[in-house]
Design a protein around this ligand. Sequence first.
Ligand code: SAM
Length: 236
Amino acid sequence: MSWRATALTLFPEMFPGTLGHSLAGRALREGRWSLDTLQIRDFATDRHRTVDDTPCGGGAGLVMRPDVVDAACAAALAGGPDRPLVYLTPRGRLMDQALARELASGPGVVLVCGRYEGLDQRVIEARAMREVSVGDFVLSGGEPAALLLLDACVRLLPGVMGGADSAAEESFSDPRGALLEYPHYTRPAVWQGRAVPDVLLSGHHAAVGQWRRDQAEAATRERRPDLWRRLRETQD
Ligand code: SAM
Protein backbone atom coordinates (compact mmCIF):
# COMPACT_ATOMS: atom_id res chain seq x y z
CA MET A 1 0.00 0.00 0.00
CA SER A 2 1.35 3.44 -0.89
CA TRP A 3 2.15 6.20 1.57
CA ARG A 4 -1.09 7.97 2.43
CA ALA A 5 -1.66 11.59 3.43
CA THR A 6 -4.98 12.99 4.61
CA ALA A 7 -5.46 16.70 5.24
CA LEU A 8 -8.25 17.91 7.52
CA THR A 9 -9.00 21.43 6.40
CA LEU A 10 -11.62 24.11 5.87
CA PHE A 11 -10.08 24.70 2.43
CA PRO A 12 -9.74 21.33 0.61
CA GLU A 13 -9.36 23.18 -2.69
CA MET A 14 -5.85 24.23 -1.55
CA PHE A 15 -4.68 20.62 -2.10
CA PRO A 16 -2.71 19.17 -3.82
CA GLY A 17 -1.57 22.71 -4.73
CA THR A 18 2.15 22.75 -5.42
CA LEU A 19 2.27 18.99 -4.82
CA GLY A 20 0.34 18.36 -8.04
CA HIS A 21 3.44 19.43 -9.97
CA SER A 22 6.96 18.24 -10.71
CA LEU A 23 8.36 15.23 -8.81
CA ALA A 24 5.62 15.04 -6.17
CA GLY A 25 2.88 15.44 -8.78
CA ARG A 26 4.30 12.71 -10.97
CA ALA A 27 4.66 10.41 -7.97
CA LEU A 28 1.04 11.17 -7.01
CA ARG A 29 -0.18 10.24 -10.50
CA GLU A 30 1.98 7.10 -10.42
CA GLY A 31 0.36 6.07 -7.13
CA ARG A 32 3.59 6.17 -5.09
CA TRP A 33 1.64 8.20 -2.54
CA SER A 34 -1.96 9.30 -2.17
CA LEU A 35 -3.60 12.45 -0.87
CA ASP A 36 -7.15 12.95 0.26
CA THR A 37 -8.82 15.79 2.09
CA LEU A 38 -11.63 15.96 4.61
CA GLN A 39 -13.69 19.12 4.91
CA ILE A 40 -13.82 19.81 8.66
CA ARG A 41 -17.10 21.68 8.22
CA ASP A 42 -18.77 18.41 7.13
CA PHE A 43 -18.43 17.24 10.75
CA ALA A 44 -20.31 20.16 12.28
CA THR A 45 -23.62 19.13 13.79
CA ASP A 46 -25.69 22.31 13.87
CA ARG A 47 -27.65 23.67 10.96
CA HIS A 48 -25.22 26.55 10.44
CA ARG A 49 -22.34 24.06 10.17
CA THR A 50 -20.39 25.94 12.83
CA VAL A 51 -16.77 24.92 13.34
CA ASP A 52 -15.59 27.67 15.68
CA ASP A 53 -16.61 29.63 18.74
CA THR A 54 -15.40 32.50 20.90
CA PRO A 55 -12.42 31.89 23.19
CA CYS A 56 -13.18 31.05 26.81
CA GLY A 57 -11.69 33.80 28.95
CA GLY A 58 -12.30 36.40 26.26
CA GLY A 59 -9.96 37.96 23.77
CA ALA A 60 -9.77 38.32 20.02
CA GLY A 61 -10.50 35.68 17.39
CA LEU A 62 -12.25 32.35 17.28
CA VAL A 63 -11.24 28.85 18.33
CA MET A 64 -11.97 25.62 16.43
CA ARG A 65 -14.40 23.44 18.35
CA PRO A 66 -12.98 20.20 19.82
CA ASP A 67 -16.04 18.05 19.04
CA VAL A 68 -16.05 18.97 15.35
CA VAL A 69 -12.30 18.47 14.90
CA ASP A 70 -12.45 15.20 16.85
CA ALA A 71 -15.15 13.81 14.55
CA ALA A 72 -13.03 14.72 11.51
CA CYS A 73 -10.01 12.97 13.08
CA ALA A 74 -12.08 9.83 13.77
CA ALA A 75 -13.20 9.72 10.14
CA ALA A 76 -9.64 10.17 8.86
CA LEU A 77 -8.25 7.41 11.06
CA ALA A 78 -11.08 4.91 10.53
CA GLY A 79 -10.15 1.67 8.90
CA GLY A 80 -6.59 2.48 7.85
CA PRO A 81 -3.24 1.53 9.31
CA ASP A 82 -2.28 3.66 12.29
CA ARG A 83 -1.02 6.97 11.01
CA PRO A 84 0.34 9.79 13.19
CA LEU A 85 -1.95 12.75 13.65
CA VAL A 86 0.00 15.97 13.13
CA TYR A 87 -1.38 19.40 14.02
CA LEU A 88 0.42 22.22 12.24
CA THR A 89 0.89 25.04 14.74
CA PRO A 90 3.47 27.70 15.57
CA ARG A 91 3.45 26.21 19.10
CA GLY A 92 4.83 22.91 17.83
CA ARG A 93 8.33 21.48 17.57
CA LEU A 94 10.16 22.80 14.55
CA MET A 95 9.87 20.74 11.39
CA ASP A 96 13.21 19.32 10.32
CA GLN A 97 14.70 16.69 8.03
CA ALA A 98 14.76 14.07 10.79
CA LEU A 99 10.99 14.38 11.20
CA ALA A 100 10.50 14.22 7.42
CA ARG A 101 12.56 11.01 7.37
CA GLU A 102 10.59 9.54 10.28
CA LEU A 103 7.19 10.33 8.77
CA ALA A 104 8.22 9.18 5.28
CA SER A 105 9.30 5.81 6.66
CA GLY A 106 5.84 5.16 8.18
CA PRO A 107 2.46 4.41 6.58
CA GLY A 108 1.61 8.10 6.05
CA VAL A 109 0.21 11.00 8.02
CA VAL A 110 -3.01 12.77 8.93
CA LEU A 111 -2.53 16.54 8.98
CA VAL A 112 -4.81 18.91 10.86
CA CYS A 113 -4.80 22.40 9.40
CA GLY A 114 -5.86 25.10 11.83
CA ARG A 115 -7.54 28.40 11.06
CA TYR A 116 -8.56 31.33 13.25
CA GLU A 117 -6.72 31.12 16.61
CA GLY A 118 -6.23 27.38 16.21
CA LEU A 119 -7.69 24.27 17.88
CA ASP A 120 -9.22 23.90 21.32
CA GLN A 121 -6.39 22.46 23.44
CA ARG A 122 -8.50 19.51 24.61
CA VAL A 123 -8.75 17.85 21.20
CA ILE A 124 -4.98 18.19 20.73
CA GLU A 125 -4.49 16.31 24.00
CA ALA A 126 -7.33 13.80 23.58
CA ARG A 127 -6.07 12.78 20.14
CA ALA A 128 -2.40 12.89 21.22
CA MET A 129 -1.60 15.06 18.22
CA ARG A 130 2.01 15.75 17.38
CA GLU A 131 2.34 19.51 17.16
CA VAL A 132 4.66 20.69 14.40
CA SER A 133 5.68 24.20 13.39
CA VAL A 134 7.23 25.08 10.04
CA GLY A 135 9.04 28.12 11.42
CA ASP A 136 9.00 30.95 13.89
CA PHE A 137 6.39 33.01 12.08
CA VAL A 138 2.60 32.97 11.95
CA LEU A 139 0.71 31.88 8.84
CA SER A 140 -2.99 32.54 8.40
CA GLY A 141 -3.73 28.83 8.14
CA GLY A 142 -2.18 25.38 8.42
CA GLU A 143 -2.61 24.48 4.73
CA PRO A 144 0.67 25.94 3.40
CA ALA A 145 2.45 24.37 6.37
CA ALA A 146 0.87 20.99 5.56
CA LEU A 147 1.96 21.26 1.91
CA LEU A 148 5.47 22.10 3.02
CA LEU A 149 5.65 19.13 5.41
CA LEU A 150 4.26 16.78 2.76
CA ASP A 151 6.73 18.02 0.15
CA ALA A 152 9.64 17.24 2.49
CA CYS A 153 8.26 13.72 3.14
CA VAL A 154 7.14 12.77 -0.37
CA ARG A 155 10.49 13.46 -2.02
CA LEU A 156 12.03 10.88 0.35
CA LEU A 157 9.62 8.09 -0.66
CA PRO A 158 11.13 5.26 -2.71
CA GLY A 159 11.20 6.03 -6.43
CA VAL A 160 10.19 9.69 -6.13
CA MET A 161 13.57 11.38 -6.61
CA GLY A 162 15.60 10.55 -9.69
CA GLY A 163 19.11 10.27 -8.26
CA ALA A 164 19.42 8.69 -4.84
CA ASP A 165 22.78 10.48 -4.50
CA SER A 166 21.19 13.91 -4.48
CA ALA A 167 19.13 12.95 -1.43
CA ALA A 168 22.17 11.49 0.31
CA GLU A 169 24.31 14.61 -0.15
CA GLU A 170 21.94 17.49 0.28
CA SER A 171 21.54 19.78 3.29
CA PHE A 172 20.57 18.02 6.56
CA SER A 173 21.02 14.58 4.96
CA ASP A 174 23.32 13.07 7.58
CA PRO A 175 21.08 11.62 10.31
CA ARG A 176 23.85 12.01 12.92
CA GLY A 177 24.07 15.76 12.47
CA ALA A 178 23.04 18.38 9.97
CA LEU A 179 25.40 20.17 7.61
CA LEU A 180 24.24 22.67 5.03
CA GLU A 181 25.09 21.62 1.51
CA TYR A 182 28.14 22.90 -0.41
CA PRO A 183 27.55 25.48 -3.20
CA HIS A 184 26.81 24.36 -6.77
CA TYR A 185 28.17 25.51 -10.11
CA THR A 186 27.45 24.63 -13.74
CA ARG A 187 28.57 25.92 -17.13
CA PRO A 188 29.74 28.37 -18.41
CA ALA A 189 33.10 28.08 -16.66
CA VAL A 190 33.32 31.88 -16.46
CA TRP A 191 30.22 34.04 -16.14
CA GLN A 192 30.26 37.81 -15.67
CA GLY A 193 33.92 37.52 -14.74
CA ARG A 194 33.20 34.94 -12.06
CA ALA A 195 34.99 31.62 -12.52
CA VAL A 196 33.92 28.18 -11.33
CA PRO A 197 36.41 27.10 -8.60
CA ASP A 198 39.35 25.33 -10.30
CA VAL A 199 39.05 22.20 -8.18
CA LEU A 200 35.60 21.45 -9.61
CA LEU A 201 37.07 21.35 -13.12
CA SER A 202 40.15 19.34 -12.09
CA GLY A 203 38.63 15.87 -12.43
CA HIS A 204 40.15 14.85 -9.05
CA HIS A 205 37.26 13.24 -7.23
CA ALA A 206 38.98 13.12 -3.86
CA ALA A 207 39.91 16.81 -4.07
CA VAL A 208 36.37 17.70 -5.13
CA GLY A 209 35.00 15.70 -2.19
CA GLN A 210 37.33 17.45 0.27
CA TRP A 211 36.49 20.90 -1.15
CA ARG A 212 32.77 20.19 -0.85
CA ARG A 213 33.13 18.97 2.71
CA ASP A 214 35.14 22.09 3.64
CA GLN A 215 32.57 24.36 1.99
CA ALA A 216 29.68 22.59 3.73
CA GLU A 217 31.39 22.97 7.09
CA ALA A 218 32.26 26.63 6.52
CA ALA A 219 28.68 27.47 5.46
CA THR A 220 27.23 25.67 8.46
CA ARG A 221 29.67 27.31 10.88
CA GLU A 222 28.94 30.80 9.54
CA ARG A 223 25.22 30.59 8.81
CA ARG A 224 23.90 28.09 11.32
CA PRO A 225 25.96 28.09 14.52
CA ASP A 226 23.13 26.11 16.17
CA LEU A 227 23.59 23.18 13.72
CA TRP A 228 27.36 23.44 13.93
CA ARG A 229 27.30 23.23 17.71
CA ARG A 230 25.03 20.17 17.61
CA LEU A 231 27.25 18.47 15.05
CA ARG A 232 30.33 19.06 17.18
CA GLU A 233 28.55 17.70 20.23
CA THR A 234 27.57 14.47 18.42
CA GLN A 235 31.19 14.01 17.30
CA ASP A 236 32.70 14.49 20.76
N1 SAM B 1 -3.04 31.94 17.51
C1 SAM B 1 -2.02 31.12 16.99
C2 SAM B 1 -0.69 31.41 17.67
O1 SAM B 1 -0.40 32.58 17.93
O2 SAM B 1 0.09 30.45 17.89
C3 SAM B 1 -1.85 31.34 15.46
C4 SAM B 1 -3.01 30.85 14.69
S1 SAM B 1 -2.75 30.99 12.97
C5 SAM B 1 -3.42 32.56 12.61
C6 SAM B 1 -3.93 29.87 12.29
C7 SAM B 1 -3.40 28.50 11.97
O3 SAM B 1 -2.34 28.59 11.03
C8 SAM B 1 -2.83 27.71 13.12
O4 SAM B 1 -3.82 27.06 13.86
C9 SAM B 1 -1.94 26.72 12.40
O5 SAM B 1 -2.67 25.59 11.95
C10 SAM B 1 -1.45 27.51 11.21
N2 SAM B 1 -0.08 28.03 11.36
C11 SAM B 1 0.27 29.33 11.51
N3 SAM B 1 1.59 29.48 11.61
C12 SAM B 1 2.13 28.24 11.55
C13 SAM B 1 3.46 27.74 11.62
N4 SAM B 1 4.51 28.53 11.79
N5 SAM B 1 3.63 26.39 11.51
C14 SAM B 1 2.59 25.57 11.35
N6 SAM B 1 1.28 25.99 11.28
C15 SAM B 1 1.06 27.30 11.37
